[in-house]
Design a protein around this ligand. Structure first.
Ligand SMILES: [Zn+2]
Length: 438
């Protein structure tokens, strides 16, 4: 079996329309992008034309639609175009826009499918990234949404949607392929409940909203300019939204999503849980043997970079780097470590804070490498979401993984780190670094 390849659009293609929230005209253009680029939005209307990565780490709000952003820059209602790109097999693309929201079109993803077909797609010389579900993941929200992700060789979604008082209860289930998506999912339009949109209409918050781009449900009545496209159009649109929100994972999911009354908040939470699991598995499958002298750093090279010395050097060597943002270090924890004498007598366990120190040292190596080409240097500032999952004993070998999530021009960098012993995560945490001038 040949590996599935990444795809981008063959040429640029665009269209324009009305944005839902501001009611203004917006022009959108799809542009080809290189391998491993992912999907990024480019705000052509702002100075410096900032790019926003369509990644769950950039999720801002999930009220009614999905909004992502970086710094002060936002892009609203990203789910329909992301859904179409993901389902139609586009892994890498730039979405240029001259506004903060894509055109709403007819409230479905059909205009985006048309756009992607107009641009065409081409294979690229790198395998697609997949997330294979190994163990069930589930999300339950206060609002009554329940999402379960089960192992499956294909990407399937089964969705039950129910309106107020369980009116308009619908079910749809399918394996998501480009052909099926184009025919059965993409044409399904957004639907809203009159009671929910009436106050927004009064406040003029959905200037572009009309019966031409949404189905309005009022009591038992369904109002829209065009009659329903499918008897179960609502359930199909929910699936469209799930695909769009899960596209924020950045890897294609092989698994079966079972969704009851889903919404953007629950979808985003599932995307977050998937990414977390994906990061963990990628860390576990990383290299765990000594490199043949290339790519890594031995103890002396580590000490050339880090100022730490015995007993505070928590990295024996760096096994390897992956690009500029990822690396794995190693520490053999021996019974002669000074801390074991007091932590605890007769029951030696490596203190968790020293594992955090080990993570900080490995992350620092990444930052110091980057600093070589800049005038600023990163300092360890805070740790977040730190969890100690299993005790570390004398004789264990600690594999320390660090991945920089944000190390751009900003003042802050975040490193997602974990320590692994015998294929199990023993501790993890997000470490924040601040950049100061050298
Ligand atoms: Zn939608």
């Amino acid at each position: 079996m040949t590996a599935e390849l990444q795809h981008t659009v063959a040429k640029s293609a665009g269209f324009s329309g009305t944005s839902l929230h501001t009611g203004e005209k917006v022009a959108l253009k799809l542009q080809p992008a290189p391998i491993d680029h992912g999907i990024k939005f480019k705000r052509k209307d702002l100075a410096d034309e900032p790019m926003i990565d369509a990644n769950i780490a950039n999720l801002k709000t999930v009220e009614r639609a999905t909004t992502i952003g970086e710094g002060a820059v936002r892009v609203h209602t990203v789910e329909h175009i992301l859904s179409a790109l993901s389902a139609m097999g586009v892994d890498n693309a730039v979405i240029e826009m001259d506004a903060n929201e894509p055109p709403i079109g007819d409230g479905s993803a059909a205009p985006y499918v048309e756009l992607i077909k107009k641009a065409g797609t081409v294979a690229q010389e790198a395998p697609r990234r997949f997330f294979d579900v190994r163990e069930p993941i589930h999300i339950e929200s206060k609002g009554g949404a329940l999402l379960v992700l089960l192992p499956d060789g294909k990407f399937r979604i089964s969705c039950t949607q129910a309106g107020p008082n369980n009116r308009f209860t619908q079910f749809f289930s399918a394996e998501i392929s480009p052909g099926l998506y184009e025919r059965e999912i993409a044409p399904a339009r957004t639907f809203v409940y009159y009671e929910e949109v009436a106050p927004l209409m009064e406040k003029n918050l959905i200037k572009g909203g009309s019966l031409e781009n949404a189905i309005v449900v009022r009591g038992d009545a369904v109002l829209s300019k065009e009659s329903l496209r499918f008897p179960d159009e609502f359930a199909r649109h929910k699936i469209l939204d799930i695909i769009g929100d899960l596209a924020l994972v950045g890897a294609r999911i092989r698994g079966h999503v079972i969704a009851l009354k889903p919404g953007h908040a629950a979808n985003a939470e599932l995307a977050r849980a998937v990414l977390k699991e994906h990061t963990k598995i990628t860390a576990l499958s990383g290299r765990r043997t000594f490199p043949p002298g290339e790519g890594g750093l031995d103890t002396n090279q580590v000490m050339e970079i880090l100022p730490h010395r015995y007993p505070f050097l928590m990295v024996d060597r760096i096994l390897g780097f992956e690009g500029e943002t990822k690396c794995t270090g190693m520490k053999t924890v021996t019974v002669n470590e000074p801390f074991f004498a007091g932590h605890f007598p007769g029951h030696p366990v490596m203190p968790g804070v020293l594992q955090v120190e080990a993570m900080a040292q490995v992350a620092s190596i990444l930052l110091l490498r980057l600093a070589k080409t800049s005038s600023r240097i990163g300092y360890f500032m805070s740790a977040d979401e730190v969890k100690f999952r299993k005790p570390v004993f004398p004789g264990d070998t600690l594999f320390i993984h660090a991945e920089l999530l944000k190390a751009r021009q900003g003042r802050l960098a975040k490193a997602r780190c974990s320590c692994v012993v015998n294929d199990a995560v023993v501790s993890e945490g997000d470490l924040m670094f601040t950049f100061l001038d050298k």
